[in-house]
Design a binder for this molecule. Structure first.
Ligand SMILES: [Zn+2]
Length: 231
């Protein structure tokens, strides 16, 4: 028997970025590759209930390119260096391996705390002009990209789980969110959907939510409600 894996993202782990992406003209690399493959993969997934398939298909079909960078001061950094002289990107496997070690020891904030020379292996030179001074990328990753790589960061790292996941389970708003970003990220890097089944559920109740529902009902009775109770 194969181990069963179900990935459930807790609500609130990701924030919807208020960032508008301009629609690209023509057939971009995104349209030629990830987009077409993602649409094909949607048809290979079992959607529960079945109309979830139409919901996410329409969203992927009509979405613009995915700009994964955000101009914010906090978040997961985009770990790219630039030559201070010729301005080319400088990123090699050796640099990445060195950076991974630093992050494993000190967390992702080392990117913001240290200077480029302290984040790169000693004696690193620009492969284009042999310069030894660098700057670092200051943009961060879109938070949907963060949650979208959970299939790689969780399923592929834990021995008791398997990838692709047997089922992703979250709220019905995630056809635009986690289901969506996970699909695009996995298609782009693995060439397949990260899940075999995808089920959207009603939102979970907790004690705090029940308290809020009671408050809403009281406001309804008093005719002062400006909120909706979702059942
Ligand atoms: Zn250079």
């Amino acid at each position: 028997m194969f181990p069963c894996s179900i990935l459930i993202r807790t609500a609130g782990a990701a924030r919807n970025p208020s960032f508008s992406v301009p629609r690209s003209s023509g057939l971009s690399p995104w349209r030629k590759t990830i987009w077409q493959k993602a649409l094909a993969c949607i048809n290979e997934v079992k959607w529960i209930p079945s109309w979830g398939r139409y919901r996410i298909y329409g969203m992927v079909e009509n979405r613009p390119d995915w700009c994964i960078s955000r101009q914010r001061l906090w978040g997961v950094p985009i770990t790219v260096f630039y030559c201070a002289k010729c301005k080319n990107e400088v990123l090699t496997q050796e640099i990445l391996d060195h950076l991974v070690e630093l992050v494993e020891k000190g967390g992702a904030d080392v990117w913001f705390e240290k200077e480029p020379k302290d984040l790169m292996p000693k004696h690193t030179t620009c492969p284009h002009c042999k310069n030894t001074e660098f700057t670092k990328e200051v943009n961060i990753l879109d938070v949907w990209f963060d949650s979208g790589v959970s299939h790689a960061a969780v399923l592929e790292k834990r021995k008791d789980l398997s990838s692709p996941c047997d089922m992703y389970l979250e709220g019905s708003d995630q056809h635009r969110g986690w289901f969506h970003s996970s699909l695009l990220e996995s298609v782009g890097t693995r060439g397949r959907a990260p899940y075999k089944k995808c089920s959207h559920a009603r939102f979970c109740c907790g004690r705090r939510r029940q308290e809020n529902v009671q408050i809403c009902r009281q406001r309804h009775r008093r005719g002062r409600s400006d909120c909706q109770i979702r059942r």
